[in-house]
Design a protein around this ligand. Structure first.
Ligand SMILES: Cc1cc2nc3c(=O)[nH]c(=O)nc-3n(C[C@H](O)[C@H](O)[C@H](O)COP(=O)(O)O)c2cc1C
Length: 217
């Protein structure tokens, strides 16, 4: 069965990580997780009787353990890249999106993204406050990522609309997909677009790329 890496960033939607792990685990995928430091604040403690039992959890402390890396020791972000058949980043917060778009790699997850093999599926589910989601900064970052993948530099024209970007991710020639956030009353009390997609929609997007025959069932 396919091996899926789950990247989790510091959006409040990270409280749904157990649900995501159980849904993907229930499909039979082999799972590993990478948490940012901020994600660790939100992700609930593991319930040892769920499928999440089987999930290896990786943090920055696994990438940079005690002083003294020597030849032959793991380079964890590359090892995880080799291990994975696909990666899903859910939730993807504004900060990690910004780092991704700008090529920054200052933690385990962004190092993984920076070193990702884009022939393998990469599914992202953004989650942020409505004004963050609708900000031109977010659209600029989403456009930059696609533009880089197409070797277009600098990106031309004005910043695309969010509808244009969502369509572009849906039809992109490489297996990189964005599961659009949904409209609802957010944890902060604001109502609008920006809440992480439903877990079922994320699982569906993963399966559609990783096991297309299964997704049609
Ligand atoms: C209670 C709380 C909720 C947050 N929710 C979000 C969110 O939904 N989306 C987002 O982009 N940032 C959110 N943030 C801000 C991020 O946690 C912050 O930008 C952090 O630096 C992200 O780091 P990371 O991308 O390395 O995980 C939240 C912060 C707090 C304290």
């Amino acid at each position: 069965m396919a091996r899926i890496l789950i990247g989790v960033t510091g959006s409040v939607a990270a409280i749904k990580t157990t649900e995501l792990v159980e849904a993907l685990g229930g499909k039979g995928y082999e799972l590993r997780m990478v948490l940012t430091k901020a994600a660790d604040y939100f992700v609930p403690e593991w319930n040892p009787v769920t499928p999440s039992d089987r999930v290896g959890v990786f943090r920055d402390s696994d990438e940079w353990p005690d002083k003294g890396w020597k030849r032959g020791d793991d380079v964890v972000h590359i090892k995880l890249r080799h291990w994975a058949d696909a990666m899903v980043i859910a939730p993807l917060d504004a900060h990690t999106l910004a780092k991704w778009a700008n090529g920054m790699a200052d933690n385990l997850l962004t190092s993984l993204i920076r070193a990702w093999d884009y022939q393998k599926p990469l599914i992202v589910a953004p989650s942020m406050n409505t004004l963050m989601w609708e900000s031109p900064i977010t659209r600029r970052h989403l456009a930059q990522i696609l533009s880089d993948r197409q070797n277009h530099y600098p990106p031309t024209g004005s910043i695309p609309s969010i509808d244009h970007l969502l369509a572009a991710y849906k039809n992109f020639h490489e297996p990189i997909r964005l599961v659009p956030p949904i409209i609802k009353t957010l944890a902060c009390g604001d109502t609008g677009a920006g809440a992480m997609a439903e877990i079922a929609a994320i699982v569906q997007a993963v399966t559609a790329l990783v096991m297309p025959n299964l997704a049609m069932d």
